[in-house]
Design a protein around this ligand. Structure first.
Ligand code: MF3
Ligand code: CO
Length: 256
């Protein structure tokens, strides 16, 4: 398992969590029809610079990426579920936008994502987004000492399956610390009572992503953008949380 954090280290991660939350709220306000994904990225970049924070996305280059990551945000629209690159695409009324953002503040990283609708909401997208948020909440509620990793995964999967949504176990959550991606992996499907024991000091990102249609996804030629295979819409919700002896602390909690 990734290195366990002391209570003092968990406290030291709070500014990163607060910063990530504040940027996501600002981006949600900023994202209107007529705004491009690149505008959103530039807005976040300016907030990073103003805060003296450090992007952990820009230049990140895992083997699957055709190019190093070109922005500070992931912006995934409609059938894009994860890792959408900030492009010249201009948002239109009715778009379903997922924004995923991580950065390092005072040496510690936090990672969080929200999905929302641009302009006029639709019932279908509202229901999908609510299920994703409900799954995140269920996963967080299961993140307590005495439980196992499979309890988090099972809680997430149960919400998605009950709502009839597509779920793919690839690209789940992960440990978070001084870097964005640490052990352990936090799958979005699993069996309760299985997997490693959850211990105080474990800091993880929990990140359900559901598809309105089936379980399959496709990857764009850029190697980054994950889309639903059937063209249905997708939604993603993520928080970075710390497991303490008293239960989970949501480091990236937003006021709204
Ligand atoms: N923040 C994403 C996650 O939740 C990963 C983004 S990959 C990047 O794990 F290259 F865009 F940084
Ligand atoms: Co993440």
């Amino acid at each position: 398992m990734g290195q366990l954090k002391t209570p003092a280290e968990i406290n030291a991660m709070r500014p990163a969590g607060k910063f990530i939350a504040s940027v996501l709220v600002s981006l949600r306000d900023y994202a209107k029809a007529g705004v491009s994904l690149r505008d959103l990225d530039a807005h976040a970049h300016a907030l990073i610079d103003a805060a003296g924070a450090h992007s952990v996305y820009l230049g990140y280059h895992p083997s699957f990426g055709a190019i190093p990551y070109p922005g500070v945000l992931c912006t995934s629209v409609n059938d894009a579920a994860l890792h959408g690159l900030p492009s010249d695409y201009v948002l239109v009324d009715g778009d379903v936008l997922s924004v995923d953002f991580a950065a390092q503040v005072q040496g510690w990283v936090a990672d969080s994502a929200i999905t929302f609708q641009v302009g006029t909401p639709t019932a279908a997208a509202t229901k999908l987004i609510e299920a994703t948020e409900k799954a995140l909440a269920a996963g967080i509620a299961a993140a307590r000492p005495g439980n196992r990793m499979g309890d988090i995964s099972a809680a997430i999967g149960a919400v998605g399956r009950a709502a009839g949504y597509g779920i793919n176990a690839d690209f789940g959550g992960h440990g978070v610390g001084r870097t964005m991606h640490e052990d352990p992996h936090v799958p979005n499907l699993g069996r309760a009572g299985t997997g490693q024991k959850l211990k105080p000091g474990l800091v993880i990102a929990i990140e359900p992503w559901f598809m309105a249609g089936g379980d399959e996804y496709v990857i764009d030629p850029d190697g980054w953008t994950i889309r639903t295979a059937d063209g249905s819409i997708a939604a993603h919700a993520e928080h970075t949380i710390a497991i303490t002896k008293d239960g989970p602390i949501v480091l990236t909690a937003r006021d709204s």
